[in-house]
Design a protein around this ligand. Structure first.
Ligand code: GLU
Length: 297
């Protein structure tokens, strides 16, 4: 729990497109778990990647959440307003001699599953002046990575114990991209460690979690609890995503879609005839352990 002892959940869409059925499933799971546990639920727009942002997507995401009856607590958070916080974190990671510049290009890394550590310096301390120089320029040049030497262990509420030894293969995450933008790993780690107690999201993000926890630990921030829920897939078996143009959520069809999403989450069925009725019953009947059994975890 955070310092106030209250459950704080979140839904964090990127405005790269409109919400689809997979987004509804993730939003529903995080919302029901927060509200069932008498907690708060925040909406955060992960808009730190302007080149991938779709004009108007933030507004349509918010409209769509309202149309499906979600009620969030407090103001909607925008990652684009948090640059100073991310920058301050980078300075403290550099002061701890954890950062280095990496000039690898995609082609160099293509044959490798993990980053092979080509640019890891022999002395991290002496790499920091280059890091500070790099932080002061915005134009495209090198990326900045964090050297992670520890293994990360966490218990996922759906998948159980996950342990990753991040030293065996240097798989150091990028914090500043080549184009000067903050990485998703950095922004998400800092924002989730800022009081969020439970991150319930799609299992496509399970692989990113060890890196995010490692970044939080390097910043002496406490990680939240995680639950990675089964992904919604299309008829072709592929993950529904904004990039693959999954069908946009249609508010005219809200009741049917809410019921389908509930079933996808492995929850016991019930009948309802309005959106309000659905949420009242869903929040009281929600069982996270049914989600884990839905993916055999
Ligand atoms: N913004 C990320 C996305 O839309 C998800 C972030 C998260 O839930 O951690 O894929």
């Amino acid at each position: 729990m955070n310092t106030s002892g209250q459950y704080l959940g979140r839904f964090a869409p990127s405005p790269t497109g409109e919400l689809h059925f997979g987004s509804l499933v993730a939003a529903m799971a995080s919302y029901c778990d927060a509200k069932h546990n008498h907690g708060k639920w925040l909406v955060r727009i992960d808009n730190i990647d302007p080149p991938r942002e779709l004009t108007g997507a933030t507004d349509s995401i918010i409209e769509s959440l309202s149309a499906f009856g979600f009620v969030w607590d407090g103001n909607i958070l925008l990652q684009s307003n948090r640059s100073d916080v991310y920058r301050a974190a980078l300075h403290s990671l550099s002061a701890a001699n954890l950062l280095y510049c990496c000039s690898c290009i995609r082609r160099d890394l293509k044959p490798h599953k993990h980053y092979p550590g080509f640019c890891v310096p022999t002395s991290l301390a002496s790499a920091q002046s280059d890091v500070m120089d790099r932080l002061s320029v915005r134009e495209a040049s090198t990326s900045i990575r964090i050297r992670i030497k520890d293994s990360v262990r966490f218990v996922d509420l759906c998948h159980g114990l996950i342990e990753t030894n991040l030293d065996q293969t240097p798989d150091d995450p990028i914090l500043i991209r080549k184009d000067g933008l903050f990485s998703y790993a950095l922004a998400c780690a800092i924002d989730d460690a800022d009081g969020i107690t439970h991150v319930i999201r799609g299992s496509d993000l399970l692989d990113t979690t060890s890196h995010q926890i490692a970044i939080m630990q390097a910043l002496n921030m406490a990680p939240p609890q995680y639950a990675h829920i089964p992904l919604a897939t299309g008829l072709d078996g592929h993950k529904l995503s904004k990039q693959t143009h999954a069908a946009v959520l249609d508010p005219q069809n809200a009741l049917a879609l809410l019921g389908e999403s509930w079933a996808h989450l492995g929850q016991d069925p019930f009948t309802f005839s309005t959106i309000g009725e659905f949420w009242n019953a869903a929040i009281s009947r929600w069982q996270l352990n049914k989600v884990s059994s839905a993916i055999g975890g």
